[in-house]
Every structure is written in C-alpha cells, then in structure tokens.
Design a protein around this ligand. Sequence first.
Ligand code: PGA
Length: 254
Amino acid sequence: MRKKIVAGNWKMNNGLAESQALITEVRGIIRDELRLDNVDVILFPTHYALPSCVRLLEGSGVFSGAQNCHQEKSGAYTGEVSASMIKSVGATHVIIGHSERRQYFGEDNEICNAKVRSAIEEGLMVLYCIGETLEERESNSHFDILKSQLINGLKEINAQQLNNIVIAYEPVWAIGTGKTATSEQAQEIHAFLREQLSAKYGDSIAQSVRILYGGSVKPDNAKDLFLQKDIDGGLIGGASLKARDFAEIVRAAQ
Ligand code: PGA
C-alpha cells in the first residue's frame, strides 16, 4: 500500500507574513479536522519563508520543502540555493524539474538529473516532475517525451535511492489552465510510467514508487483522480494557496 501525498507548490507567491499566515491556517485545519496516517502533506513555500515554515510546522506531521535547488554544493552561483542549504534549515523535500523551471530557466533532463543526484546525496526527498506540452500530446510523441524525461532524469539513481524519489506527472497543458487531464488520461500515463520504472528497477520496486498527478487539481476533481490505481496523490499549485481548498484536497486523499 503506497501512502498518498498531497503537496502544495506555492510558486512565486506569498511574502513572509502571508506565508506564515497560510502555514498557520493549514496547520490548524489539519490538526482540527484531518488525519495524516494515510497521507503525507508537504508545503513548498518560497525559499525565504522556508525556515519559518519548518518552525511553524514542528510537531504537526506536515513536511516542508523547497521549489528548486542548484546542482552544486556551493560556489560562485549568484542567487542560487543548494540542496545542503535547504537541508540546513530543516526542510526535508525539494521539487526538481518543474515544467516552469524547464520552460523559463532552460533546465533540461541532464541538469535535472544533476540536481536530483545532488539532493539525494544530501538526504532530501525529491519530487521529480515530468510532463508533456500540448504540442507533444497532439503529435502523439508524449510517451517518448515522458519516458526520456523519466529515464534521463533518474540516470545513475539506484534502486535504494529511488526510495527517496517521488515522481510528479504534470502535463504542461493542464498547469494553471483549469484544464485537468481526465482521471483516465492521467491513469494511462501513470501506469505507463510505472511500467518504465519496472523495466529499469524491477516490479516490486516500481510498485512502491509514488507517482503524483499535478495540473489544475481542485477540491472537486481530486477524489476521482486519487481513486485511480496508479495515482498516489497530487502536486497542487493554485488551489494550495487557499487553506480551505488545499485541506479539502488532503481530505480527498485520506
Ligand atoms: P496548478 O499547478 O495546480 O495551478 O495547475 C500545478 C503545478 O504547477 O505544480
């Protein structure tokens, strides 16, 4: 039985005070109304709010993480943040390969792989994101694209390290657009990704990897997505900025 995950990716939203208020509100709803025995909840605020997020979530069972990291440990990389820095503030997770990083910051599979390896070496849990564009889906090349993102992003990652990796399938055409993949479309891809993992790592390991869906997940479509056999939760953007909506998505995963 794979434990579900509901993760909130706040992207470049919320300064320190707003982040603290939202973390406190989410924490309160979870404490009062929800149980976390069969779902892991992770919040990904801006880097600047991360130390505060770690403190505010202490003892709540909710995890915190960063939205990106640099692949090097340290050095002359102005403006960047390394995996060890994320670890140093007590955060446990990092998102790597989000489509916005790939699209706007030129991150290809090779860079993503270097980041994944660096984060794993530091002992962080990685949410590795992959997803096809609308053009790729319409030209029917999405299976090849996804396979290449998955396999190249996980290059040199062994079966044991895979325990610390979660895959997030986020079709680019569904992110922030209000167009969710149907549960069947998402399940088809998740099953395909698990097959690819099985070919590389063997079936029992592939069965233990959690694969999240992301892209316009909302309280009203979450349950249906999470009921699919190979969908192990969601990476939530827009809806994670409202405590009540996010909590309802966590409830849908319980
Ligand atoms: P969305 O974003 O839920 O706003 O579509 C998802 C994501 O980018 O992780």
